[in-house]
Structure formats: C-alpha cells, structure tokens
Design a protein around this ligand. Structure first.
Ligand SMILES: Nc1nc2c(c(=O)[nH]1)N[C@H]1C(S)=C(S)[C@@H](COP(=O)(O)O)O[C@H]1N2
Ligand SMILES: [Mo]
Length: 254
C-alpha cells in the first residue's frame, strides 16, 4: 500500500487518468513516515495538493528571447570546493561523469559528451529566489526523464536526490524532488545557459532546472543523482540542504 505513492509503476497511470486519485489514495499509508507527517502538518501540503490536482504536468510559463534578463545574478555558492570538483574544473570538466544510482536497475556513469548526445530541451523561464529576486534565462539540458528512463527506476523508487559538489561549512548541498516533478517535461539537467556553456557560478558543469519550484530546489554542481524510497537517510531527512537547516518547504511549488 505504501508503495502506491508516486512510484514509477503507478506514476504514469495516475497522470494518465488525469488526476491525483492514486497519489492521494496512497497517503494514509505514507503518513506513517515521520517526514511525510511533518509535511502534511505544514502548509506545504496545500500547494502540493493544488499542483497535483490541477496539473501534474502543467508547464511553467516560457518567455521570448526579448524578455531575457540582461543580468542573471548568481546566488548561494558560486563554486564548489571538493577536491574532485576542483580537479574537474581545472580540466574543463573533460573527465567529469554524472553518476546515477540508488534504486535503479542500471546504474549510469555519463560523460558530458554522452549527456550532450542525449535528447535535449531548451527553455526560457523565470527563476524565482525565495530571497525576493527573479531573472529570466535560457537553459538547455537533458530531460531528467531521459536519464531516469535509461537507468530504469525500480518499483520502490519514490524520490530523486541530487548530490552537489559544494558545501556550506562542510555540509554538502543536496536537493530532492518527487517523481511527478522528476518526469515533468521542463525538468532538465542543464549544461548550457543563455546560449553558452553553463558558467561555474551558475553550477557547472550540470545543474537542475525544475521550473515550477523556487530557486533553492535548482541544485547546482550536480555530481550524483540517486533514486530513493525514503529521504530519512539523507541529511536530516527533510529533503534538502535548506529544508534541513532552516526549515524551507520541501515542496517549493510556485
Ligand atoms: N549546489 C547548490 N545549488 C544551489 C545553491 C547553492 O548554494 N548550491 N543555491 C540555490 C539558490 S538559493 C538559488 S536562488 C539558485 C541560484 O542559482 P544561480 O546562481 O544560477 O542564480 O541556486 C540554488 N541551487
Ligand atoms: Mo534562492
């Protein structure tokens, strides 16, 4: 019963019937999880429910080239410090590989050349930071769905976690999303920004764009993607660096 919530197997069927009936049906069992109970108790549940009821696959607005912001500021860490990332940066990321693992049938290790040869999507979207600034930029990357399809999620996978190369005071940045957002068409791992290679400050060589969410969900400097059933084993269990540290909402839907 617990496995009914947003697993790979029922995800497509729940979206296909045009609603969240399956999603909601699984919630009683899921509420045994302390993390999820906290989530239900918070106001996050409202925006989660609204988005899941009224459009699991609704697209975030896209903009024209003319609407792109002349300046797109950076925020949070503007580079990583791990020895591994530093080595890759010094080599122009020629030997970087994205690791994809956890609850998958086929763990992957993908070079940027391989990632660039996969299907790609370009989108001009608005980034909204919780601190009160926005910017419109153009992003190109591989749809996360293409990566996950290649790795083949196990039936018990429920969340996708992004492990980053940077840290705050020694604690690595990480983020996570559910499978609805993971398979959303605008969810991409971006390697280009504004028609150029993704700059270091914006999260080179690969950063998440998950367009219906606030800025902090858009993990930069992504090294590893992990499919999990529970988030309790990662960080303090609230699904992201800022969620753990200062109680930001895990579900940052906008
Ligand atoms: N790895 C990592 N990802 C991150 C952050 C960070 O500090 N480290 N900051 C987040 C926040 S709060 C925002 S608003 C955006 C900023 O992205 P930008 O630097 O491309 O503007 O990245 C998000 N992703
Ligand atoms: Mo942010």
């Amino acid at each position: 019963m617990q496995k009914k919530l947003l697993t790979r197997r029922n995800f497509l069927s729940s979206v296909a019937v045009g609603g969240s009936a399956t999603v909601l049906a699984g919630c009683d069992a899921l509420s045994n999880s302390p993390t999820f109970r906290q989530f239900l108790d918070s106001g996050e549940w409202l925006s989660y429910r609204v988005q899941r009821f009224f459009g699991a696959s609704a697209l975030a607005p896209e903009y024209t080239e003319a609407e792109m912001s002349p300046d797109f500021r950076t925020n949070g860490n503007t580079r990583a410090r791990s020895p591994e990332w530093n080595r890759h940066a010094a080599e122009g990321f020629a030997n970087y590989r994205l690791e994809v693992g956890g609850l998958v049938e086929t763990p992957l290790s993908l070079s940027l050349t391989e990632i660039r040869a996969m299907p790609s999507r370009t989108q001009i979207t608005r980034h909204d930071c919780v601190e009160g600034w926005s910017a419109i930029g153009k992003w190109t990357g591989v749809p996360l769905s293409a990566v996950l399809d290649q790795a083949r999620l196990r039936d018990n996978a429920r969340f996708i976690v992004f492990h980053c190369a940077d840290d705050f005071g020694g604690t690595s940045y990480y983020e996570s999303i559910d499978l609805v957002d993971a398979f959303h068409p605008q969810t991409i791992l971006a390697y280009d920004m504004n028609d150029g290679v993704l700059p270091i400050g914006h999260g080179a060589p690969l950063r998440l764009r998950v367009e219906r969410h606030l800025g902090y969900k858009h993990a930069k400097f992504v090294m590893r993607v992990e499919a999990v059933e529970h988030m309790s084993d990662i960080g303090s269990g609230r699904g992201g660096y800022w969620e753990d540290r200062i109680n930001y909402d895990w579900y940052a839907g906008i």
